[in-house]
Design a protein around this ligand. Structure first.
Ligand code: C2E
Ligand code: CA
Ligand code: CA
Length: 595
């Protein structure tokens, strides 16, 4: 049997609490039984031994119950107190028992401590507990006048129980060990990960995957025996260095020449320094991929990121460390918890779209804003792609759609023909339930279909996804308006416009910016406006920032525009206030209604 330096791995805090709790209960009950036996044989009144054993028994049972309920959360060190305390209580019970047989029964409870000591602790601590229990046993039994050979008999029983438990525990632990290196294997690593991330644990946790660069060369050149020896040496060094540097770290062999390091309480920067420090110690070149766990991230997702970083390190030439994209994963995790726990971190602002000739407000574009409690405001250019990649855009989009429609109802009470434009991502549009969701929101908020415009980028309706096109056609048929967003970026094709069920075309800001500086651009826009007029599409120029741009657009015949020149995105209350201010005086209003 190989004694490991550390405590047995099967002794998890939960297992320790369960075993200690039940053994305390059983020990307490035994003490009570011995006490009752004394009571039954007593000739006159209640014997003192009964009262003592009653007190000891109840104390032990009470402790057992408490350990069962809360012990799983206590630090391992506290179990030294519980096991040592057990020895003391049993010594007292042995001394208290009224009869010779009762004394032996009470002393038999020492075997429980022998089990605990071998189960929970590393050999030195287990030995210390064994010594304490054997001392208690010898002192108590010799005080009670038990013959020396009987004491020796029980002494040997306790030793045997301790030894057998140690062997069994070692066997159980070795099922989780890699046979070549003695390190935890993949299964044990998975359990360790589950323990480290259980519940609402928000501590930092970094995963490193190490891959030896030249093991194959060693195997081929010097033989597999040398290769095995090298693996063992690397495993020893990794285990010693990493567990010394990071309390609670787990070093496991993950496969062939791959090792994983689970580094609790460690952020990516610290882990990078640790791994780089290992290079000198390990003595053979290795590549490493590092990923810091985002809150709620699963083992497989974290591992996938770390392995991708490892691949990057290997393809970059090996012998180096690469970090996974932790920032994106952390952002996605914050988005996930914001959506699930605190959706008020998101709000919707509106940017006016105006008639270029009259300056009248035609529509507002709803734009999502996110203010995170510690990050502060996060740009949509950052969080919208993150939400798309993390599969959260449907949830976020639903939230924006609902709020935008409710805002539109409020604004339309002042200006009944006002339209709200809502951005919809491709991933949202292809979801089977999207069409029904839009109708449902319209129904719940009371916004007529014609008061809503769906903005989608051209690439979304590229023809690559017939579902997207079909959904747009159905919405179009229901009188929901559709705008093609960001036109002029990517591979915009005029020919495709004909096939799209759209009402509006939004010229991207980058395109707009060019019209005052490039004659060609202005020419293209003129042609585009003519074509859109023929197709019945109304054009909105985005990102208009200067009077010069607005004048040029007007000259070219562009009907409407959006941009900082007219208004920045603002809260609905601000738009509402401006609409009220701009409302014509009552006399004029009634004249207008009568027209
Ligand atoms: P977009 O749909 O093209 O929205 C217009 C963006 O241009 C907005 O940026 C707006 O603030 C900005 N903008 C407007 N006028 C001007 C101007 O004169 N100059 C300049 N430089 N910028 C101007 P924002 O709000 O940062 O949004 C960025 C992008 O994020 C949006 O681009 C849209 O693609 C996306 N987005 C925002 N909210 C949502 C949403 O609720 N759902 C989805 N799917 N995407 C959204
Ligand atoms: Ca847009
Ligand atoms: Ca746009």
């Amino acid at each position: 049997m190989k004694w490991s330096r550390s405590a047995p791995e099967v002794a998890t805090p939960r297992m320790m609490a369960l075993t200690t709790g039940w053994l305390y209960l059983a020990g307490g009950l035994t003490a009570l039984v011995v006490g009752v036996s004394d009571l039954l044989v007593a000739a006159d009144g209640v014997p003192l031994s009964f009262l003592h054993l009653l007190a000891i028994g109840l104390t032990a049972m009470g402790t057992g119950a408490i350990v069962l309920v809360w012990g799983g959360r206590w630090p391992r060190a506290f179990f030294h107190v519980l096991v040592g305390g057990g020895s003391v209580l049993i010594t007292l019970a042995t001394l208290a028992a009224g009869s010779a047989s009762g004394t032996m029964v009470a002393a038999a409870i020492f075997t429980f401590v022998a089990i605990d000591a071998a189960f929970y602790f590393a050999p030195p601590a287990a030995l210390a507990h064994l010594l304490l229990l054997l001392t208690g046993l010898v002192v108590a039994l010799s005080t009670r006048g038990v013959p020396a050979l009987d004491i020796l008999g029980l002494f040997l029983v306790c030793l045997a129980v301790c030894a057998v438990t140690a062997v069994l525990v070692d066997r159980a632990s070795s099922a989780d060990r890699d046979t070549l290196t003695g390190l935890p294997n993949r299964r044990r690593f998975e359990e360790a990960f589950a323990t480290a991330t259980r519940g609402r644990n928000r501590h930092e946790l970094t995963l490193a995957v190490l891959d030896l660069d030249d093991l194959a060369a060693v195997n081929d050149g010097r033989g597999p025996g040398e290769g095995d020896e090298l693996l063992r040496a690397v495993a020893r060094t990794l285990h010693r260095t990493v567990t010394d540097a990071v309390p609670g770290a787990v070093v496991a062999r993950y496969g062939g020449d791959e090792f994983v390091l689970l580094l609790p309480g460690t952020c990516g920067d610290v882990a990078t320094r640790l791994v780089d420090g290992l290079r000198a110690e390990v003595g053979i070149a290795f590549s490493c991929g590092l990923a810091q766990r985002a809150h709620g991230e699963s083992r497989s997702a974290l591992l996938r990121r770390a392995l991708a970083a490892l691949t990057a390190a290997k393809t970059g030439g090996g012998g180096r460390t690469e970090r996974a994209d932790d920032a994106t994963a952390l952002l996605a995790a914050d988005l996930t918890s914001a959506l699930a726990e605190d959706p008020d971190q998101f709000h919707v602002v509106h940017q006016p779209i105006v008639d270029l000739t009259t300056g009248d407000l035609l529509a507002v574009e709803a734009l999502c804003r996110w203010t995170h409690p510690t990050r502060g405001p996060v740009s949509p250019a950052e969080f919208i792609p993150a939400a798309e990649n993390a599969g959260l855009i449907a949830e976020l989009g639903a939230l924006v759609l609902e709020r935008a429609c409710a805002d539109a109802v409020r604004l339309r009470a002042v200006q009944p023909d006002l339209v709200v434009a809502v951005n919809v991502s491709g991933r949202q549009l292809v979801r089977p339930g999207f069409y029904a969701e839009v109708l449902d929101v319209l129904h719940r908020t009371g916004l007529p279909a014609s008061g809503l415009c769906i903005e989608v980028t051209e690439s979304v309706v590229d023809g690559s996804t017939p579902t997207a096109l079909r959904t747009l056609e159905m919405l179009h048929a229901d009188r929901v308006q559709v705008a093609i967003d960001d036109f002029g970026t990517g591979y915009s094709a005029f020919s495709r416009l004909d096939a799209l069920p759209a009402h509006h075309l939004k010229l991207d800001a980058a395109f707009t910016a060019g019209i005052t500086t490039s004659g060609r651009r202005a020419g293209i826009l003129r042609g585009l406006l003519d074509m859109c007029a023929a197709l019945g599409l109304s054009v909105v120029a985005e990102g208009v920032e200067t009077c010069e741009q607005a004048t040029k657009l007007r000259e070219l015949g562009c009907p409407s525009a959006q941009g900082f020149l007219f208004a920045r995105p603002q809260p609905v209350s601000e738009i509402h206030r401006r609409l009220l201010e701009a409302r014509p005086a009552p006399a004029v209003q009634s004249a207008a209604v009568g027209r």
